[in-house]
Ligand binder design. Sequence first.
Ligand code: CA
Length: 237
Amino acid sequence: MTEPSRTVLVVEDEESYIDALTVGLKREGFRVVAARDGAEGLRLFASTKPDIVLLDLMLPRVSGIDVCRQIRATSRVPIIMLTAKTGELETVVGLEIGADDYITKPYRMRELVARMRAVLRRSPTEVADESGREVLDVGGVRLDAGRHEVTVDGAAVTMPLKEFELLEILLENAGRVLTRDTLIDRIWGPNYVGDTKTLDVHIKRIRSKIESDPANPKRIKTIRGLGYRYENRPHQP
Ligand code: CA
């Protein structure tokens, strides 16, 4: 199977890793662009528009976390964090700042490439409709922000503004855990002081419209103690 070669931006300060990644990823058919610190990473991100980013956590000048945050402010490109650290806290931090996955050094090239292909497959299909507006489509749920329309397997459903905005954020971040705080901030604003149950009520209403069995949701998963994740392949086991 031939596929167009994808550009991967490697942001990594250790030469031995850069060399191994450059050789290994080229062999897998990727085009590799390497940055040696966070600031260069952000510059190259803007100029090369990569299909995926491999981002070391500990970097000179701008940290991997800040690079990730800054990329996420404008882009949904898949990001895999590379780190020597382990532990649940780090994983949560990685997810919180919008990374798609996380791999601990030393890793095996085969495992890294498998994870890269997985996040590339999972990233939401973004298509522009005939008038150039952005349409999100994940597993049969299609959201047209310009027209304020949602369809589920082709059938239109009505959604009030807050539900619509919440679904939009979930779809944009399909495959990624979004924490309760992040969702409340984005939908109700950072100064929201109301009942946090409001979020659950909205999720419940969205589920009643997009899930075939709202009591056993396959699309919007509850991640206990963290938040919610929109599944990108809801019909797979
Ligand atoms: Ca490093």
